[in-house]
Design a protein. Structure first.
Length: 255
């Protein structure tokens, strides 16, 4: 069932989404070679709770962390642990908050120390694909227009789009209808209309798009071991526009 949100609800969703942006900014300040991913998780959990919110991922279907932290060939759903970040790593951090009963959900792939030009370009283009998708999130378009925009943008560079995991509606729950694939055909799928709020989250691979799940039951990795990127915004379809509720400004101010 798709929910159509009132202006008041969209403001509440924005507050939750902005807190995610601030949390990712805080986490970003601490990303450097030598820090363990569990330490980043602690920083995020404290920050979220200090702001009167609840980490949405903690305990979600049994997930142990407040963040999903996915390094290099890990695409999404990485469990924070004792791994120490190294110079040249890329690390995708996905964060969710519940504030006043509404959920924010946003993700960003950070670099650790110096990364190659190939990786920098890969991250830049992966992030760009998110905005290509967002541009299509307007009333009257269809869900397939979003996926088509993401897919056609990244595939021209030879990158892959993960198919098995998708974006989603976001509201009082972390995952609501509809599903928002990052691939698709123009003009297909459900119609987008005023008041829908969706998380658009391309998962892009530098190599082939195929994925495998680790034995931990959570971490999704690329099958070929090549790096993957993940960028996510919460977007409201409103007044004929795609209104981005989350923000990377606290992250990119730090970098
Ligand atoms: Mg997310
Ligand atoms: Mg999401």
């Amino acid at each position: 069932m798709i929910h159509y949100r009132t202006d008041k609800e969209i403001e509440l969703l924005r507050q939750a989404a902005l807190l995610v942006g601030k949390t990712l900014g805080e986490v970003g300040k601490h990303i450097r070679p030598g820090i363990r991913t569990i330490e980043l998780d602690k920083i995020a959990e404290e920050f979220i709770r200090d702001h009167g919110a609840i980490p949405a991922f903690k305990g979600y279907e049994g997930f142990p962390g407040s963040l999903c932290i996915s390094v290099n060939d890990a695409v999404v759903h990485g469990i924070p642990g004792n791994y120490e970040l190294r110079d040249g790593d890329i690390v995708s951090v996905d964060c969710g908050t519940i504030l006043n009963g509404y959920v924010g959900d946003s993700a960003y792939t950070f670099t650790v120390g110096e990364v190659s030009e190939e990786i920098q370009l890969f991250l830049q283009r992966s992030k760009e694909s998110l905005y290509k998708g967002i541009e299509q999130a307007v009333s009257g378009n269809r869900i397939g227009d979003i996926g088509y925009a993401v897919q056609s943008y990244v595939e021209q560079f030879g990158y892959g789009v993960v198919r098995e995991l998708v974006g989603h509606g976001v509201g009082r729950k972390l995952h609501e209808d509809p599903q928002v694939p990052n691939y698709g055909k123009r003009g297909t799928g459900i119609k987008l209309s005023e008041g829908m709020v969706i998380a658009i989250e391309p998962m892009i691979t530098l190599g082939k798009r195929n994925i495998v799940q680790e034995k931990d039951g959570w971490t999704i990795k690329t099958k070929d071991g090549m790096p993957a990127a993940h960028f996510e915004h919460d977007v409201a379809i409103r007044n004929g526009k795609a209104e981005i509720l989350s923000s990377f400004e606290w992250i990119e101010g730090n970098q």
